[in-house]
Design a protein around this ligand. Structure first.
Ligand code: NAD
Ligand code: GLY
Length: 361
């Protein structure tokens, strides 16, 4: 088992990464406030992994409520959130009940937001089961839901007490989902960790073949990067914004097509190519590094061209992004591999040209 800490003073918490960790209910129990748990999962993940966790915790004297949601980004909405509150209330869950998210980023974001708001906040634990959730969404306390007009527009910061990433769960993950997670792994290399980018280039075959050693290393190194950023800037006043590389373009793709058509990681990949192309046009990123970026995403089985929504539609949707401040769009661009920068003064014509260069049709 590999372990690291997200250092947030009294709210610090461990991330454990390793094979078979879902069986370590003793570790989960040690982080409960009381022997009361509500596990939130979905109809795909629950049949795979929930029974073992629930019965082991029950054997340890923990009272369990199970809340099973429909699967998919389309359900990251008010109606599904309300189903969690229904489950918590119908089962008389208390302030000392720990909400546990068992699933990918959608379950994690929904369950985390429910934990942040139920009775003004209850304890929360993340058991991420996708690569994307293990390298990104389970760490750092961002929780929330989508609005039809914009991605992740309603939410709260609520840190978990524990993140337990069982690498064995990745064995049942569809290829397309594994690839989507690699987009966020590559992101860390691009924005702040050039030697990790080199390592990913050299080890992509092992990652795609799901070699445990390579996946564990990629998850650990991603979590180290994320934990450092979150410890420095929990509420995204500065450096945390770098983690949104490709996301402003990507959120426009997700909202523009309707949530759930493209996977989040796929939209981030195409958005990252747009950000790299814009950086190249501004004279910041060399053509060679722009090509390397696109090639690595392509090697990871990810789309490197966006859907043909039309540049004006992209710009409209991007203007709804959470990073817009005083009417100014904030974009994460690249000054080199491993060197992300947050920019506010990018002209619409430059953005339009980069989008058009990186779209189908
Ligand atoms: P997801 O949660 O939809 O999971 C992907 C699919 O894989 C789903 O169908 C799910 O049921 C299935 N699945 C999950 N684990 C499985 C397993 N072990 N075996 C088989 N199938 C499994 O998608 P995701 O990529 O995990 O997360 C994307 C979401 O995360 C987006 O909503 C995005 O906005 C959010 N996100 C949040 C943060 C954050 O900081 N909170 C960061 C990045 C992304
Ligand atoms: N995924 C971006 C963040 O956590 O800040």
């Amino acid at each position: 088992m590999r372990s690291l800490t997200v250092d947030l003073d009294a709210r610090s918490y461990p991330i454990h990464i390793g094979a078979g960790l879902l069986a370590r209910t003793d570790v989960i129990q040690a982080h409960l406030k009381a022997p009361l748990v509500a596990v939130v999962s979905n109809e795909t993940v629950a049949p795979l992994y929930l029974a073992g966790i629930s019965s082991a915790l029950r054997d340890q004297g923990v009272r369990i409520t199970e809340i099973i949601l429909p699967d998919g980004e389309l359900h990251k909405d008010w109606q599904t959130l309300n189903r969690i509150y229904d489950g918590l209330l119908n089962n008389r869950c208390e302030r000392a009940t720990t909400v546990i998210a068992l699933g990918g980023g959608v379950v994690g974001d929904l369950a985390g937001f429910a934990a942040a708001t139920y009775q003004r906040g209850v304890p929360f634990i993340q058991l991420p089961t996708t690569l994307l959730a293990q390298v990104d969404s389970s760490v750092g306390g961002k929780t929330g839901i989508n609005h039809p007009l914009g991605k992740n527009m309603i939410g709260a910061f609520h840190q978990p007490r524990l993140v337990l990433a069982d690498t064995d769960t990745l064995k049942t993950l569809p290829d397309r989902e594994l690839h989507a997670g690699l987009a966020e792994v590559i992101k860390y290399g691009l924005v702040r960790d050039a030697s990790f980018f080199d390592w990913i280039e050299s080890n992509m075959d092992k990652l795609l073949a799901r070699e445990t050693g390579a996946l564990t290393y990629a998850i650990e190194r991603s979590c180290i990067n994320k934990a450092q950023i979150v410890a420095e800037d929990e509420r995204e006043a500065g450096v945390r914004a770098l983690l949104n590389l490709g996301h402003t373009f990507g959120h426009a793709i997700e909202a523009g097509l309707g949530f759930g058509d493209w996977l989040h990681g796929e939209a981030v990949a195409a958005g990252t190519v747009m950000a790299a192309e814009l950086s190249r046009r501004l004279g910041w990123l060399s053509s060679a590094d722009c090509v390397r970026t696109t090639a690595l995403l392509q090697q990871a089985g990810l789309p490197t061209q966006g859907p043909a929504l039309g540049a004006d539609r992209y710009l409209d949707l991007m203007a709804l992004d959470k990073k817009v401040t005083a009417g100014k769009m904030r974009l994460v661009l690249l000054k080199g591999i491993g060197e992300g920068v947050v920019c506010t003064e990018i002209g619409a014509n430059d953005m339009r040209a980069a989008i058009e260069a990186c779209c189908h049709g």
